[in-house]
Structure formats: structure tokens, C-alpha cells
Design a protein around this ligand. Structure first.
Ligand SMILES: [Zn+2]
Length: 80
């Protein structure tokens, strides 16, 4: 997650309330017959790939990559 301002590109009304969504990868082995998990590795978070973090706008519920929100905030910065 980047320490930069967000601006929702969809509703263009929210710069404050967001939810970040992180995906995790985990290697598992399943039993082919009953579907039970036979073994599983440690979960790996995908946080190292820039732009992989997804953000949800809590105003309009739009979900997009973090970069979209950052680009929008850079294009239309908030003036104090
Ligand atoms: Zn929005």
C-alpha cells in the first residue's frame, strides 16, 4: 500500500473512506476423492507487486487497483 492520496475515479466524491483488499496465495494439496486438504504451505501475500493492491471506495463501492485511485488524486489534487 502506498502512502499517497486516493481519489475515487468512479464517483469523484470520495478521498477519505476506502477499504483495501489484499490477495493471498497459498499452495495446497487436495485429496482427489474427498476434497480434503492434505497439506498446505504458508500463505504468501501479494503485497510486493506494486499496483496489485485493490481498493474499494466506501462511498460508491467501486473496486479498482490502487494505482487508479492514486492517478486520479494526482490528476485532480485537493487544494487546501
Ligand atoms: Zn467512489
Amino acid at each position: 500500500m502506498q502512502d499517497k492520496p486516493y481519489f475515487c475515479p468512479n464517483c469523484r466524491a470520495n478521498r477519505v473512506r476506502f477499504k483495501t483488499i489484499r490477495r493471498e496465495a497459498q499452495i495446497i494439496q487436495k485429496d482427489a476423492f474427498d476434497g480434503n486438504i492434505v497439506s498446505q504451505g504458508e500463505p504468501e501475500a501479494f503485497t510486493t507487486i506494486q499496483g496489485d493492491t485493490e481498493v474499494q471506495c466506501l462511498s460508491c463501492n467501486f473496486v479498482g487497483y490502487e494505482n487508479m485511485f492514486i492517478k486520479m488524486a494526482e490528476r485532480e489534487p485537493r487544494y487546501r
